[in-house]
Design a protein around this ligand. Structure first.
Ligand SMILES: [Fe+2]
Ligand SMILES: [Fe+2]
Length: 268
């Protein structure tokens, strides 16, 4: 099974670049084309939040129009830049099959991995949260999958990743989420976005992976001494390859022309 993860598309209004400089609609279109062209067909695409830059319906519709070019099903969860009601309205049940209610959390049946989408957003706030209602829902959603290997995806990484602003914004209920996840032995991976960096961290007995943005990576500053800034990069996304040996192998994909391929032989 092949899963593509697109994150933090931050689509601006038609005719505009994100923050005036980032061509995110073009980047998303390039990712969609690259996913469609994968030699091993991609089974499903997970879009892990911050789909819009400002939560508007126009931005969500622009994102949906580009994502509708995918040859496979795709699913969206909200990030802190999104508006839940707008995502629900624009993407509908096909891409956001959350039951009616406050949160855009849902499970996706029919794949070798039990896909669990968790809404980690707080309206009008940048940080993450799992409240009591979402904790109850998550326990039930994970139980639905039985022993099947599971993939949990949510926008906010539930740990401090070394990015000053998001570490400060925090994740309410992170300890509760950690306990729920640690209580399962079948969660292959927790997939997140939000920090615009590609990272892997051991957490709660599994691994948290954050996807890079599709073209606005954070300028890496491990000294944490400057306010966060972003760079303009080529479009990129993650391919998660689930194999019959029950391994989930993650490949970052950069959508850019490269030189090669070359055989591993000495050239004169
Ligand atoms: Fe983001
Ligand atoms: Fe975010």
């Amino acid at each position: 099974m092949l899963i593509a993860q697109i994150s933090d598309t931050h689509i601006a209004e038609a005719g505009h670049r994100t923050f005036g400089v980032a061509p995110m609609a073009e980047n998303l279109a390039a990712c969609v084309a690259d996913i469609n062209a994968q030699p091993l067909p991609v089974d499903v695409v997970l879009v892990s939040g911050d789909i819009t830059n400002d939560g508007t319906e126009g931005q969500a519709r622009r994102a949906a129009a580009i994502l509708s070019g995918l040859d496979c099903p795709y699913f969206v969860i909200p990030g802190n830049h999104d508006d839940r009601a707008t995502l629900r309205k624009v993407f509908g049940k096909a891409a956001c099959p959350a039951p009616d209610g406050d949160f855009l959390s849902f499970t996706v049946p029919g794949f070798p991995l039990h896909l669990v989408a968790l809404d980690s957003t707080i309206p009008d706030a940048p940080g993450g949260e799992i409240c009591a209602a979402r904790a109850r829902w998550l326990e039930q959603a994970l139980a639905e999958g039985g022993d099947k290997p599971a993939l949990l995806f949510l926008h906010h990484p539930p740990l401090k990743c070394g990015v000053p602003e998001s570490d400060q914004d925090g994740f309410l209920g992170a300890e509760c989420l950690r306990e729920i996840v640690a209580g399962q032995d079948n969660i292959e991976r927790v997939l997140c976005g939000h920090i615009h960096l590609h990272t892997h961290t051991r957490w709660a007995g599994t691994v948290v992976t954050t996807a890079p943005s599709i073209g606005m990576p954070l300028a890496l500053d491990l000294t944490q001494s400057h306010p966060s800034e972003f760079l303009l990069d080529v479009p990129s996304y993650l391919l998660h390859h689930w194999t019959p040996e029950r391994s989930l192998i993650t490949h970052p994909v950069r959508v850019a022309p490269l030189d090669g391929p070359f055989p591993f032989v000495e050239r004169r």
